[in-house]
Design a protein around this ligand. Sequence first.
Ligand code: ATP
Length: 234
Amino acid sequence: MALEIKGLTSHYGRIQALHGLDIQIGEGQLVALVGANGAGKTTLLRAISGVLPVSGGTIRFGDADITRMRPERRVRAGICQVPEGRQVFGPMSIEDNLRLGAFSQPKARLAEDIDRMYALFPILKEKRRLAAGILSGGQQQMLAMARALMGRPKLLLLDEPSMGLAPLLVAEIFSIVKNLKAQGITIFLVEQNANAALSIADTGYVIETGKILFSGPGRDLLDNEQVQNAYLGM
Ligand code: ATP
């Protein structure tokens, strides 16, 4: 298992946001977590990356129990997150944004890794000296993904990459996600766009008010009538 979450609970003050979640992500798998606004998706990602302390349960990454590990050590261990809303550094150049993503990596790899990102995202190469703030939403999503990939992740956490993007761009972002999986990166994809996410996922989980309602192969969830009625607009 790449990531194994057992009985995870999380609180904001006295309010419980996660109610004992169990999630398993196999090595090299693409696992999707879908659910509505406020269901707890971002809270779970923040618990996995370690920026939010958990109140109970365990998170294992490979052989290690990382439940209480500091966030920067999790990055060094290979967990990199692409935050919701991209959060690129607007006034900085695209290339400098990429450099920031490499903080956990040896300097000697920097040039090679930047070139790898430009091969993966040619538009970023074309605009590399420009401020990240001038990029379109879809291009900023690519930059946010490239910045996370600069950390050479074993596990990539994607928080709603399709948010605010036109359908054509959503398709492009999801095809990039599939391509990353093909390169052997384990991916945990969190999405409100359940249709698109479950279509490419090996395994899917449906979360509602901090609890997992359904889980199974992505295809099976797409065919599940209750999931269709509640999340797929059918
Ligand atoms: P979204 O798509 O809006 O990001 P989400 O599924 O990611 O939704 P979360 O942001 O994880 O949902 O929120 C889960 C629950 O925790 C919600 O009820 C939310 O109101 C609450 N919550 C989130 N952040 C905080 C916070 N900083 N303080 C208090 N409550 C919070």
